[in-house]
Structure formats: C-alpha cells, structure tokens
Design a protein around this ligand. Sequence first.
Ligand SMILES: [Ca+2]
Ligand SMILES: [Ca+2]
Length: 324
Amino acid sequence: MKKLISAFLALMLVLACIPLQASAEGSPTFAVGTAEALPGETVEIPVMIENNPGIIGFLVTISFDTTLLTLQNAVSESLFSEGTMTLGGSYETATYNILWENGTGSNNATENGTFATLTFLVDADAPVGDIPVSISYSAKSTFDVDLNAVTFGTRAGAVTVAQEEEGGWSFTEGSGLYTYESEIVGTQFVAGLDPFSPVISDYVETTGGWSFDVELNDYDMESTGAKLVIYDADGNAVEEYWSVLFGDPNGDGIVDGTDQSILSYLIQNTALDEPWADFVTTDEFPQTFAADCNHDFILDGTDYSFIVYQLQGREMIPQTMDEE
Ligand SMILES: [Ca+2]
Ligand SMILES: [Ca+2]
C-alpha cells in the first residue's frame, strides 16, 4: 500500500509540473509586439522569437486587416548570426510570410529577440482601439538540426489606435499675454509682449496639428501691426489677432520720439472716445490702440506722459491691460 501511495504522489508531482511547462511564460513563442499610433500615422511593430529551444528553420505568417493597416515595409533585424531570412509576399495582401533557415548549419540557433520589424500605415479613418496583428507558424517548416518539428506557441500583437488630440492653440503660460476683443467685429488683439523683444511668435503654442503664422508689419517686425493667424489641423485660418506693443504705434519695436509724434497727431486729429471704429479703419486700429498707453480707451496727454516716463527711464509702459 505504501508503494502505491508513493507512486500516486510522484504522479501528482508530475501533473503539478505540467501547467508550468505549458504556460506561456517560458515556452517557445513567436510573438508580435504592440505599438501606439494616431490615425494616418505610420508605426513600427517588432516580430519576435522567445524562449527559443533551438531551431535551424521556421516559417511564420503575419495577418492583419488590410482595410485598417497597410504594410509599408518589412525588414530583417539580423537577430540570427547564421542563416538566411526571406521576407516574402506582397505588402498588399492580408498575410505576410517570414522564413528563416540555416539548412547547412550543424548547430541549432538559440537566439531570442526581434528578428523582423514591420512598418504599418494606419488608415486615416481607423477607429480608436486595437487593430490585431496576429502571427501563426508552419509546424512542418519549423524544425531543429535533427529535422524534428519544434512546437511553438504564438502571441498576437496590435496597433493601438490612439485618440487624436483635440487641436487648439494658446499663449504660453506665465507670459502675461492675453487677448483683447475690440468693438470692431473680427478685430482682436494680442498685448503683453516683452517690450525689449516684441516677438509674438515666442508666446504662441499650438497642438493637435494646428499651426500659426505671423504676417510681419511694415517694419518687418512682430510688434504693433503684425498679424497672428491661427490655422486649424486642416489648414483653415480660424483666428486673426493684431499684435500690440503699447507705446509703439508705428510698430518698429522701439518706443521713441517718432511714437510721440504719432500720438500727438492722433490726439489732434482723431483720438476722442470709444468706439474707436468711428475714427480709424481696421488696419489703423492696432496703431491707435498701441498709442493708448494707459489703456483707458482715450488718447490724450496722459498717454504722452507715459511715453515720456519710459524714455526718461522712470517707468515702463504697462503692456498688459490689468497693469493700469
Ligand atoms: Ca516705435
Ligand atoms: Ca489713454
């Protein structure tokens, strides 16, 4: 009876070991990696061999949905020190074969790692989520140096299609930059530029394929009168902002006597009260707005004295509206 029990325990031990041997971890596996991409992007996916027990040849087949993925390239990663890898088949079919063999070799190859890399183009309309890239292998074409078939498991990978970031634009944080919407419909301003370097493009950030352009002013500068144009991901102009450097109505980026002269002219000839649209055209508006150094929407001697103070080094003209 004791002998029987021992045999039974031994059998139990053997059985207990079987699940470990059969688990994915540690067993020979052909696998495809997973990588993330946006719709319309290209992405590289590795094809790998893991826990290689020793072989001199294999044939694997990659399968994927050709309506969502287009195979653009497949390259050997020369993982194996010997043998020949043949990347086969048309890129346009739903399956792609990779054959490696070292038929003249006298030893099994035991390398592990990535033996090929596939480049896929993700369809522009692909839905968010995983697009499987599966892998299978040919049992009769996967063998060791003694020409015995070697059993592998497989693990599919995927191209994970990510959510496209919502496009947009903003001014860099901490710059003190902000926008002012004028009384004139469609005329908006950007103020708060660095008076020593009034470069509007330093302050703009776009995301999600949006972009921007700055149309320079008459002095080829980004100071007063330059126009910031924001484009959405499709290249449509969606916003226009005039650049304003307070105290620099002519837009040459310097506050000096010329600006004082312009301000004097405006005070004598045009500048009264809001709405500004009554006495200036849209194109002139940034200049007039920039001359209003104390931001009270009236051009008068106070604005003139602000310029004088800055020229005398006594006080800088406030560049943001909340510094009045
Ligand atoms: Ca100036
Ligand atoms: Ca004023």
